[in-house]
Write a protein that binds this ligand. Sequence first.
Ligand SMILES: *Cc1c(COP(=O)(O)O)cnc(C)c1O
Length: 461
Amino acid sequence: MAMPGLAGGRGGGQVLRPLLDTVCAALAHGAGERGGPLPGGGPDAVAAQVARALGDALPRTGTGDHEALSTLVHAMALGAADPGDPLCAAHLHCPPLAVAAAADLAASALNPSLDSWDQAPAASALEARVTAALAALVYPDLPAPDALVTTGGTESNQVALLLARERAAGGPRVQVVCGANAHHSVQRAAWLLGLPRPIVLDTPAGVLDPAAVAAALADLPGRTLVVATAGTTDRGAVDPLPAIAAITADRGAELHVDAAYGGPLLFSQREAGKLDGLQSAVSVTLDLHKLGWQPVAAGLLAVPDGTALRPLAHQADYLNADDDTEAGLPDLLGRSLRTTRRPDVLKIAVTLRALGREGVAALVDRVCDLAADLAARIDRHPALTLHGPPAISTVLFRPAGATDEQTAALRRRLLHEGRAVLGRAAADGQLWLKATVLNPHLRPDDLDTLLKLTTEGTTAR
Ligand SMILES: *Cc1c(COP(=O)(O)O)cnc(C)c1O
């Protein structure tokens, strides 16, 4: 067999081009055959389809590039829950922009690794500039904010708690205080980092109550990190950041804001006001693989000043020997806990350049408008109950009069039939269906179809 071709080098583009034709054809064929937001038949049917396509996962002899791509890309597309389909709206799982996916291909072909300059000369320079620009979006009034590129909100929250732990090094351990509405990764990060179990405040209204934060801080003598959320995973709610920032400042506590979902509202002049108070945070988590239309992964952790990242400094002679650093080679190891690291910044940079801030803002505004439209249609619908107006782009609703069991069963039935992907969320002691609107191409017809699917055949009386 001929030597497999390489993606990089002078000939890489030519080797890739025909393979991409095969990939694009398999994507189109798979999506067409699926004919909906996800494959029908449930987990057993999908597993059987994948097993049939795959056959022996480690065959003795290979089938060749085109056959392998064609078969397995087709199987993945056929069996995908495709966020590009209008009726796939369960999670903070966005349809990636084609331009971002194309840029990600270049990242794979060039394969820079951001653990040392000699593996990523341009990628590291690009990352420095793009992260500075995005950090300035979060902290516009500060001279030298910075941001790390992460794998997402989970890693960003982990690093945020790690930085808080290190700021308190030598003293009592940091106590994290968060709401019951906070993302589960906050608890896990505290566990991973050996911090005391977080104090979790009730959030019956879906957001942190500043008075409850004040009361909790009054009882805590030591170092405290309050974690607020800007865009909760369940309903997109934004904690009252200005009031919480005032309380944390008053009590000498620190504030981290998990804006994994809501952070990109900053691109939009119309929506950015929802994040007032963000600038008071010692760190801010934001994800561009949610409201940023990037393929996974595209996470960020912004800090008010680059010096806040010093605790991450680390040395490994083969990557950042002192004499290399002194001679002017950038030291990248302190910009992540990972070593080998993909240039996720390339697709972000390409997207920002291609769309501009206004272009991204238009997408943000569009999905917020669509969510408001969906909520209005639900509110008017006699057979559906709306939880409340969406804070960002998440809409909770349920068939009127249905029990929690019926609501959960309806969601599973739509999944099993391959007709719609809706999420679920508990709020106010009830189970709700969750539509997370992230697809800017949705049309009013699609919203009606979604509602039709959730009302026809419900057993609710
Ligand atoms: C999605 C989400 C996270 C986790 O982010 P990942 O990118 O999935 O790691 C953290 N916090 C909030 C509020 C989220 O919505």
